[in-house]
Design a protein around this ligand. Structure first.
Ligand code: NAD
Ligand code: IPM
Ligand code: MG
Length: 357
């Protein structure tokens, strides 16, 4: 049975890092006889330039038909002045909402070889393995109404709506409880229930779900404290579940515990386990075109794709083992460079993972 993978390189460093992951996927396809077919599409700024639309119809069609999607990154200063509806980021958000990819898994794992690249002391982060489960198709990112309006006083007001329905909270809660069951059986729900009604409901539903998962220990934490605890004592966490915006912010913070944002992969899944896979970082305009971006978050995202959407655990584990091997060899892109490492380019890192396979 053949399966189709859609590659969406996007903008900035997107094409550079997706090219490396693509090499690895082609090799793994042959090695494990996976019968994967590949298509490539336009999204974000690249699609705006070509088709005046950050999410062209044919990209969305291909995405709907694909078994899995691997995306690089979207956005950049070239498109920053465009109105919100026309920005590259709308392409990404449109894919997430149209495919109902509500469950965003962002694992922050410290590879032991990178302990000295972490922003924290080795004893605080060694062995770190956290899963952030971020709700991805609701909350303030998608709430209506939104916009900029003219007030009677004469000034303009910008506004967004932070809303979650019970069913939206319940479905992401279940994903998080199930993840906790398969891991360390600890779930921390992060909210702002001391201020925001929407998260009072969030907390209520999480408490309600707890009775279905008696083996999981549930705790609650306000997001400001969670941001602090993540750098004070990150190993207290196993699975964190939170809304769209808090999850966006906390996952970038967690990235630095692992050494670099260039190490953090992600999976965005719908209820059919169709998924879009992407590094958590953006298009990194400051280093785009220089050949120095770290492709490992994208390569590890490809491994997650094999595991979660294509059911190819062995192939996924082979990629992860190859990544481990190149880190053992001391190969480092600039963002994870530390004493004694050998500095490599984006392409050299991809080639090394390929050789390790
Ligand atoms: N999923 C996505 O497509 C996504 C995610 C975040 C930001 N963005 C977009 O990307 C653009 C730039 O955003 P930003 O600068 O806030 O965030 P960013 O993640 O692109 O960059 C932040 C910093 O991290 C560095 N960095 C990021 N990825 C790296 C990698 N693989 N290797 C080495 N260094 C890396 C960058 O050089 C930069 O210094 C914006 O348009 C933003 O909307 C897109
Ligand atoms: C580019 C942007 C829309 C996106 C988000 O905020 O979700 C990004 O920051 C991410 O983390 O994937
Ligand atoms: Mg983000």
């Amino acid at each position: 049975m053949s399966r189709n993978v859609l590659l969406l390189p996007g903008d900035g460093i997107g094409p550079e890092i997706v090219a490396e992951a693509e090499k690895i996927l082609h090799a793994i396809n042959e090695k494990f006889d996976l019968k994967l077919t590949f298509d490539t599409g336009l999204v974000g700024g690249a699609a705006l330039d070509e088709a005046d639309n950050p999410l062209p119809d044919d990209t969305l069609d291909m995405a709907r038909k694909a078994d899995a999607i691997l995306l690089g990154a979207v956005g950049g200063p070239k498109w920053d002045a465009l109105p919100m509806a026309k920005r590259p980021e709308k392409g990404l958000l449109g894919l997430r909402s149209n495919l109902e990819l509500f469950a965003n898994l962002r694992p922050a794992i410290l590879y032991p070889q990178l302990a000295s690249a972490s922003s924290l002391k080795p004893e605080v982060v060694s062995g770190l393995d956290i899963m952030i489960v971020r709700e991805l198709t609701g909350g303030i990112y998608f709430g209506q109404p939104r916009g900029v309006r003219q007030l009677e006083s004469g000034e303009r007001q910008g506004y967004n709506t932070y809303a979650y329905t019970e069913s939206e909270i319940r479905r992401i809660g279940r994903v998080a409880f199930e993840a906790a069951q398969q891991r360390g059986k600890k779930l921390c729900s992060v909210d702002k229930a001391n201020v925001l009604e929407v998260t009072v409901l969030w907390r209520e539903i999480m408490n309600e779900l707890k009775s279905e998962y008696p083996d999981v220990e549930l705790s609650h934490m306000y997001v400001d404290n969670a941001a602090m605890q993540l750098v004070r004592a990150p190993k207290q966490f196993d699975v964190i579940v939170t809304g769209n915006m808090f999850g966006d912010i906390l996952s970038d913070e967690a990235a630095m515990l692992t050494g670099s944002i260039g190490m953090l992969p992600s999976a965005s899944l719908n209820s059919e386990k169709q998924g879009m896979y992407e590094p958590c970082h953006g298009s990194a305009p400051d280093i785009a075109g220089k050949g120095i971006a770290n492709p490992l978050a994208t390569i590890i995202s490809a491994a997650m794709m094999l595991r979660y959407s294509l059911d190819e655990e062995k192939a996924a584990a082979a990629i992860e083992a190859a990544v481990n091997k190149v880190l053992d060899q001391g190969l480092r892109t600039a963002d994870i460079m530390s004493e004694g490492g050998t500095r490599v380019s984006t392409r050299e890192m991809g080639d090394a993972v390929l050789a390790a396979l």
